[in-house]
Design a protein around this ligand. Structure first.
Ligand code: ARG
Length: 253
């Protein structure tokens, strides 16, 4: 009888010790597992986001990675249609949207924006020696844009929806310009420069069409993340990290 009590208590002690190990191990694991920061983008927008092989690279991808590092989070990039970034962020599908996205009054009704980290300029790409030589020539001509971008919104407002042809991305709009399906493309200056560099016979009009601020968007209720990202962004701007990323992708003229 006494012997079996002894054995039982030894077993009990073992169970307790083992149980503790398991519990301790179990509670330590999540500490190493980083929280994921999901960023929605539309990776058809060089030099801000584009593919290098299977990986999304570019200014936004690298700045976001630096932000995630500061927050101790693991960055996950989701490549989606540009016009599903804001709805997805609103629905909580993505933690933030970063896509060379311009801060506009209308978008501010749906999402909050971080401080601005870059400036964008809307420009007009035309065929060299084509029918459009200045902004005055655009009226009545066919304008190619990426759906739901500010280029789309300006062009539709100013030149009439009937003259605007919407494409899924800038590259397709530029393709349409080359094929004569549209007479010009209104798009952000940096992607415009890469498209013009990659396609012979295209030029950017001298006149800048509109100047805008790029920022990261968040769901209205997610002010906590917005503030954390802003703090990280401020530090990364102040210590020159953001500029270093920009310089890597945009050569100074
Ligand atoms: N800046 C423009 C806008 O916010 C165009 C952005 C397009 N971005 C992209 N990743 N495709 O509407």
């Amino acid at each position: 009888m006494k012997k079996s009590v002894k054995i039982l208590s030894v077993i009990l002690a073992l169970v307790i010790v083992l149980g503790c190990f398991a519990a301790c191990g179990g509670s330590e694991e999540p500490k190493d597992e980083k929280k994921v920061l999901t960023m929605a983008t539309n990776a058809e927008f060089p030099p801000y986001e584009f593919y290098e092989g299977e990986t999304v690279v570019g200014i936004d991808a690298e700045v976001a990675a630096l932000i995630a590092e500061k927050l101790g989070m693991e960055l996950k990039i989701e490549d989606v249609a540009f016009d599903s970034i804001i709805p997805g962020v609103q629905a909580g599908k993505y933690d933030m949207g970063m896509a060379g996205m311009t801060v506009t009054e209308d978008r501010l009704k749906d999402v909050n924006f971080s401080d601005s980290y870059a400036t964008g300029v809307q420009v007009v790409i035309v065929k060299e020696g084509g029918s459009i030589a200045s902004l005055d020539d655009i009226a009545g001509k066919k304008i190619g844009v990426q759906t739901s971008t500010t280029g789309d919104i300006y062009a539709s407002d100013e030149f009439g929806e009937e003259n605007v042809i919407k494409y899924e991305n800038g590259a397709l709009a530029v393709e349409a310009l080359k094929n004569g399906k549209v007479d010009c493309v209104i798009i952000d200056n940096e992607p415009a420069k890469s498209y013009v560099a990659a396609n012979e016979g295209l030029v950017i009009l001298e006149t800048e069409y509109a100047i805008e601020d790029y920022a990261i968007c968040f769901a209205k209720e997610n002010t906590e993340l917005q503030e954390q990202v802003n703090t990280a962004l401020k530090e990364l701007i102040a210590d020159g990290s953001v500029q270093r990323v920009v310089d890597k992708y945009i050569s100074a003229e």
